[in-house]
Design a protein around this ligand. Structure first.
Ligand code: NCD
Length: 315
C-alpha cells in the first residue's frame, strides 16, 4: 500500500516529483481523452472557507474532466464551521464521503492541520497569507510551457506588489529556489516586503536577489514579471490598505520598458495593478495561466490518488 501524500507546501514534492507532475499535465493537454475516465468513481471535496473563483472551479473542472465527481462548500457560512466545528472534525467527516480534499482557509496552518487528521490526501488551496502550492504548480507549468526553451532554470523573475501577505508569492519563491540560476527581483513598498524567513533562506542559500521599490528601473532585466494584488483582507487597518493599494500599476507605457519576450503573470484576481490595456499585449500570459491551472490540478489529483505513477515515497 502506497504512503498517503498531501500537498501543503511546495516542499512536500521533490523537484523531480514536481517535474513529473508538470510532464503529466503536458501529457493530459496533448491527449485529454486518455484521461477522461481515470477518476471514475472518485470524488473531490472542495472545502472553501474563503472566497475563490479560479482555484475552486478549476479543482472541480479538473475532477469532472477526469470523470470523477465533486462536492463541498464555498463559504464557511454554509458549513458547520459556523456552529464551531473544528477543521480536524470537518475533515474526519468529509473523508467518509470523498477520496481527496482541497481546502482553503483564512488561517495559516489550517491545511496542515487538516492533513494531520485526514485519512485521504489533502491539498492546500491557500492558507491565509502563507502558501498556495497549486497556484505554484500552475505558475511553473505556465512558465515552462511559454518560455523559449521550456526550462525552469536560468531566468530573472520580478515579483511585484504585496510580497508580505501574498501566499502565491511565498509558494513560488520556495519552489523556484530549488531551480538552478533563478534570480529574484523583489519589487514592493517597504511595508509589504517578502517575509524575513524567505529572505533569510535566499541569503543562506546564496541565491541572487535584490529588493527594490520601483518597477521602472528593473523592468528591462526581467524575463518574467509576476504581478500581485494588495491583499486587502489581510490588512489590520483600512488606511494602510488604501495608501498601498495603487503602489504599482502596470500599463502599456511600462510594458515598453520590458523585453520583447518578457512574460507577465498574475495569479488573479486583479484589481488595479494591471491596466486593461495590457491584456492585448502578446506578453500578457495571465489568462493563459488560468487555463494551465486546470491541467496542473488534474495532474496533481492523479498523482495524489496514486492513479499515475509520478510520486515516490515521502521525502
Ligand atoms: C490568489 C489567492 O487566493 O491567493 N488567487 C488565486 O488563487 N488565484 C491571489 C489573490 O487572491 O490575490
Amino acid at each position: 500500500m502506497e504512503a498517503l501524500r498531501h500537498l501543503i507546501s511546495p516542499g512536500d514534492l521533490s523537484r523531480a516529483e514536481t517535474d513529473r507532475i508538470l510532464d503529466l499535465a503536458d501529457e493530459i493537454i496533448a491527449a485529454p481523452d486518455e484521461y477522461s475516465a481515470k477518476c471514475r468513481g472518485k470524488k473531490i471535496a472542495t472545502l472553501f472557507y474563503e472566497p475563490s473563483t479560479r482555484t475552486r472551479l478549476s479543482f472541480e473542472a479538473a475532477m469532472l474532466e477526469l470523470g470523477g465527481g465533486v462536492l463541498g462548500f464555498s463559504s464557511a457560512d454554509s458549513s458547520s464551521a459556523t456552529k464551531g466545528e473544528s477543521v480536524a472534525d470537518t475533515v474526519r467527516t468529509v473523508e467518509n464521503f470523498a477520496d481527496i480534499i482541497a481546502i482553503r482557509h483564512p488561517k495559516e496552518g489550517a491545511a496542515a492541520v487538516a492533513a494531520r487528521y485526514a485519512a485521504i490526501p489533502v491539498i492546500n488551496a491557500g492558507d491565509g497569507g502563507h502558501l498556495h502550492p497549486t497556484q505554484t504548480l500552475t505558475d511553473l507549468l505556465t512558465i515552462r510551457s511559454l518560455r523559449a526553451h521550456h526550462s525552469l532554470d536560468g531566468f530573472t523573475i520580478g515579483l511585484c506588489g504585496d510580497l508580505m501577505f501574498g501566499r502565491t508569492v511565498h509558494s513560488l519563491v520556495k519552489a523556484l529556489m530549488e531551480r538552478d540560476g533563478v534570480r529574484f527581483v523583489l519589487i514592493s513598498p517597504k511595508e509589504l516586503r517578502l517575509p524575513a524567513y524567505l529572505l533569510d533562506e535566499l541569503r543562506e542559500r546564496a541565491i541572487p536577489f535584490e529588493e527594490v521599490e520601483h518597477l521602472d528601473a528593473v523592468m528591462p532585466s526581467l524575463d518574467v514579471l509576476y504581478m500581485t494584488r494588495v491583499q486587502k483582507e489581510r490588512f489590520f487597518n483600512e488606511q494602510d490598505y488604501v495608501r498601498l493599494r495603487d503602489s504599482y500599476i502596470l500599463d502599456a507605457e511600462k510594458m515598453r520598458l520590458a523585453k520583447e519576450d518578457m512574460m507577465v503573470l498574475h495569479p488573479l484576481p486583479r484589481v488595479n495593478e494591471i491596466a486593461a490595456e495590457v491584456d492585448a499585449d502578446a506578453r500578457a500570459a495571465y489568462f493563459k495561466q488560468m487555463w494551465y491551472g486546470k491541467y496542473a490540478r488534474m495532474a496533481l489529483i492523479l498523482a495524489l490518488l496514486g492513479l499515475c505513477p509520478v510520486l515516490g515515497q515521502p521525502a
